[in-house]
Design a protein around this ligand. Structure first.
Ligand code: NAI
Ligand code: MG
Length: 503
């Protein structure tokens, strides 16, 4: 039963006749082009990286990191308990007081530049491991994740000895020890967003990667050692939510930086309320991607594809709600469905692959629940006819039409390759629909008219609005949300604020 809603009746979508559909699958055959894995090394088992050394976890417990594309075990990862987190914080505190905060700023900068260069040198290895551990297409880890991670270190290395220009007329100091918790969708890149500004401003860190994607953080620990970074400046503790909460609760941590779900963000905010810890939270999103009638339609369709299918839709700023102006709705949806048919879903290590594996079994199950829910809510589902591999966690690119604003598939962050499609008539209606979720992270506007870009961009409550493009990232550009999408900004000059205090 479809719930009654008070929305303006949306025109039901009629697919174009079968005769004018394109048949890419029959005509375009790609030879396999897998990236080789013989140049990488993964240990069977990883300890915790504390005070410059890999050590055994106190309780001796390990968990498995698997490759979501074939369900094979890649390595065993240490589970850090309270005592382990205490050790890491102690190491970070020591390093802060004895070495890192005593170093001249330009010397700190040199270490960060060295880290950036080492990431570039080992980019191929990092890309392959990122793809094996997390399921993202090699093309994306190779061309986006790893180069951007290096770029973040280069960018913040440059700030290390120029903070007086970042904060003119003010004197700033570091905070001390930063506790950082990151998610599984961009593992090394999120590590870079966290560690680069913290080190550049003179702090030391204890970072916890997500439990399904710890490997590149552990490889990064090796890289810190190779860079000669003083011991204890960067500590990597692995584990799940419990380990994360030990970091959040720790008395001797001065700042918490978290990226992850809004649900956990709220728990962290409650824990930190009334303490003098600083915090930044980068949380979920349900990004509106708004297409006006005067938009360049073919480019917009590419933008829709990029917005929702990049990284299997595991993107906090994904354009997961398409809002298309009524007059071009049929045209856009037809072109979108045709374009979806060309997406290659499969082996993430294959350079032809557009959509890789869903990051974990848990996420795979969550997405499938939403697919069922969407149908139950009365929406029409369309999935590409891509063949999926027999093993591993894969999901077909999916769109839901005939949805209502109140549907859960429109309101909740699904975090998968699933797009909802709504129509609107006037710019005002588009803006109202865009703003009608608890989130406010990012969105897109597609139109030929500059004034419309500004009007819509200024009226949607999102930290980031892209116009006639989507998912553009740059270390110089601040990023962060409104409403339930978070607190504070990361990236750019703004990203320095979270790691300093004014004298
Ligand atoms: P999550 O928020 O539980 O995990 C993110 C990180 O927080 C991980 O490192 C996790 O170990 C840690 N964590 C979990 N509970 C914690 C706690 N109580 N205290 C401190 N740290 C804790 O996200 P999860 O369960 O992996 O994914 C669930 C949903 O969250 C996804 O379906 C997606 O909708 C959303 N999500 C959003 C992300 C974003 O970038 N906005 C990233 C990851 C997930
Ligand atoms: Mg994994």
């Amino acid at each position: 039963m479809k719930e009654e809603n008070t929305d303006i009746q949306e025109k039901p979508f009629k697919p174009s006749s079968p005769t004018n559909r394109l048949s890419f699958k029959a005509e375009w055959e790609y030879a396999e082009a897998p990236e080789s894995t013989d140049h990488i090394s993964i240990e069977d088992r990883y300890g915790l990286f504390i005070d410059g050394k890999f050590i055994e976890p106190e309780k001796g417990r390990y968990f498995k990191s698997i490759n979501p594309a074939n369900e094979e075990v890649l390595a065993e990862i240490a589970e850090a308990t309270q005592q382990d987190v205490n050790k890491a914080v102690e190491a970070a505190r020591n390093a802060y007081e004895k070495t890192w905060s005593k170093l001249e700023a330009k010397e700190r900068g040199k270490y960060i530049f060295r880290i950036a260069r080492l990431i570039q040198e080992r980019a191929r290895e990092f890309s392959v491991i990122e793809t094996m551990d997390g399921g993202k297409p090699i093309r994306e880890s190779r061309d986006v994740d790893i180069p951007l991670a290096a770029a973040h270190f280069f960018y913040y290395a440059g700030w290390a000895d120029k903070l007086e220009y970042a904060f003119p007329g003010k004197e700033v100091t570091s905070l001390g020890v930063a506790g950082q918790i990151i998610p599984w969708n961009f593992p090394l890149l999120m590590l870079a967003w966290k560690i680069a500004p913290a080190l550049a401003t003179g702090n030391t860190v204890v970072l916890k990667p997500a439990e399904t994607t710890s490997l590149t953080a552990l490889k990064f620990a090796e890289l810190c050692r190779d860079a000669g970074l003083p011991e204890g400046v960067v500590n990597i503790v692995t584990g799940a939510g419990q380990t994360g909460s030990h970091i959040v609760d720790h008395d001797d941590i001065d700042k918490i930086a978290f990226t992850g779900s809004t649900e956990v963000g709220k728990i962290i905010m409650k824990t930190l309320a009334g303490t003098d810890k600083k915090y930044t939270l980068e949380l979920g999103g349900k990004g509106p991607n708004i297409i006006f009638e005067d938009a360049p339609i073919d480019q917009a369709v590419e933008g829709i594809i990029n917005a929702i299918f990049f990284n299997q839709g595991h993107v906090c700023c994904a354009g997961s709600r398409l809002l298309v102006q009524e007059g071009v709705a049929d045209k856009v949806i037809n072109k979108l469905r045709d374009r979806m048919e060309t997406l290659i879903v499969g082996d993430p290590l294959d350079k032809n692959t557009d959509v890789g594996a869903i990051n974990s079994k848990q996420q795979y199950e969550k997405i499938n629940e939403y697919l069922e829910l969407g149908v139950d809510e009365g929406a029409d589902i369309f999935q590409s006819s891509a063949d999926l591999p027999d093993n591993g966690y894969f999901c077909k690119p999916t769109i839901f039409t005939n949805v209502a604003q109140s549907n859960r598939i429109v309101q909740d962050e699904i975090f998968g390759p699933v797009l909802t499609v709504q129509t609107f008539r006037t710019a005002q209606e588009g803006i109202e629909k865009a703003n009608n979720t608890p989130y406010g992270l990012a969105g897109g506007v597609w139109t030929d008219k500059g004034s419309k870009i500004f009007r819509v961009g200024q009226n949607i409550d999102n930290g980031v609005v892209w116009s006639n493009t989507y998912n553009q990232f740059d270390p110089t550009s601040p990023f962060g949300g409104y409403k339930e999408s978070g607190v504070g900004r990361e990236g750019g000059l703004h990203g320095l604020y979270g790691y300093v205090k004014f004298k």
